[in-house]
Design a protein. Structure first.
Length: 189
């Protein structure tokens, strides 16, 4: 009787070491379940061939999905590493980022550009305070379609230099009789 208890304890210990999450059944678990089903079937009512083939197809699908998940995880890691490598090559260089936010330094200007799909009779760059109030403006006048560079010297509408900080940049152009917004790209070091 005690030997049986010891054997149960060993089985329980081994089972707890290999215990898996129910959602992480793999191909081996699936095969074990299917073989157990075949062993336990009623000999007078064997498993239908189509059902057995269906289960084999499920096994193949599960195996394929698991392999695909592993491949996607590897691909994701490779892409992330490539992005980090690309980003590290930009250290110390000027880059343009599509954003509507610019950081005004204590001395110096804010530079950026807009890409116009069509020519315009008026292109204006507006600088907004965190409150949303327009505090600066860079009128660029008529422009042809394409890339148009701009620079804000940090001087507000009142003629005074604005304090260093983060400002929103908004570009508007006249398209016929309609004023439309266009995305800005800001230079960053």
């Amino acid at each position: 009787m005690e030997l049986r208890t010891l054997e149960d304890l060993q089985l329980q210990t081994a089972a707890s070491k290999t215990k898996k999450d129910a959602s992480s059944l793999d191909q081996n678990d699936f095969m074990k379940l299917m073989l157990q089903q075949l062993k336990s079937q009623d000999p007078f009512k064997p498993t239908d061939n189509t059902e057995f083939i269906s289960q084999m197809a499920q096994l193949t699908s599960v195996s394929g999905i698991s392999e695909m998940n592993e491949n996607l995880a590897g691909l994701t890691q490779s892409l992330y590493s490539a992005q980090l490598l690309d980003a590290s090559s930009l250290i110390g260089k000027d880059v343009l980022l599509e954003t509507d936010v610019a950081a005004l330094p204590s001395s110096g200007n804010v530079q950026g550009q807009v890409n116009l799909a069509t020519s315009t009779t008026a292109l204006d760059i507006e600088i907004l305070a965190p409150t949303g109030e327009v505090i600066g403006k860079v009128p660029l006048g008529p422009q042809r379609a394409g890339t148009v560079a701009f620079e804000w010297n940090g001087v507000g509408l009142d003629g005074e230099r604005m304090p260093p900080g983060t400002y929103q940049i908004r570009a508007n152009y006249l398209n016929g009789h309609t004023v439309e917004a266009v995305a800005t790209e800001m230079r960053s070091e």
